[in-house]
Ligand binder design. Sequence first.
Ligand code: PGA
Length: 250
Amino acid sequence: MRQPLVAGNWKMNGSRDSIKALMSGINAGLSSSDRAQVVVCPPFVYLDAVAGMIKGTKIAIGAQNVSHESAGAFTGEISVSMLQDFGARYVIVGHSERRALYGESDATVAHKFTATLLGGMVPILCVGELLEERESGKTEEVVARQLDAIVTHASIKGFEAAVVAYEPVWAIGTGKTATPEQAQEVHAFIRQRLAKHSSTIAEKVQILYGGSVNAGNAEQIFSMADVDGGLVGGASLKAADFLAICRAAN
Ligand code: PGA
């Protein structure tokens, strides 16, 4: 039985004040008997503040990005050990915004994935197709390529301690969600693809859906057999909405 997981990707949003309010709302609404693992991914500069706010709760912290280098002359970058130093347990790697806006290739993403694992943290690997790729029937081809790049670099064993997030790019921040059936189809495909290397690992890996998940659609999407929770952007910035999504995952 896979544990459900809901991760809030705050992206480049928030301030000291808004984050304090958001976290106190989330803390007040979660219960220690909830089944789902809840993760919040603040911008780097707020990691420390959020770490202080989750003490004594079951919430874990994730980062939105990481360098694959361990230290040195890499201006503006943040290493795995720095994230650990601030109590992060998860790292989002290969988010479509990083791939599209910052030129991260499958190879770069693979290096970040491996660096995260080697540092003892859990990568949340994002995969997903563009609208034109879906419309031309290339969804599986794209997702397979993105997964295979990681398997080649980190081996299937890398997925023993990783989470996968299927995020169709056309659904991110657009209010257009994949239907539960569309999500399930790709999630099952991801599991099958990994099962070619290890059926045990494929069966265990948590696969999250991301792309306009909200309080109204989470329950239906999470009810699908291969959907183990969500990676949530916009709706993770409002405590009530995020809590409703966490409840849907329980
Ligand atoms: P969204 O973002 O929920 O705002 O669509 C999801 C994501 O980018 O992880």
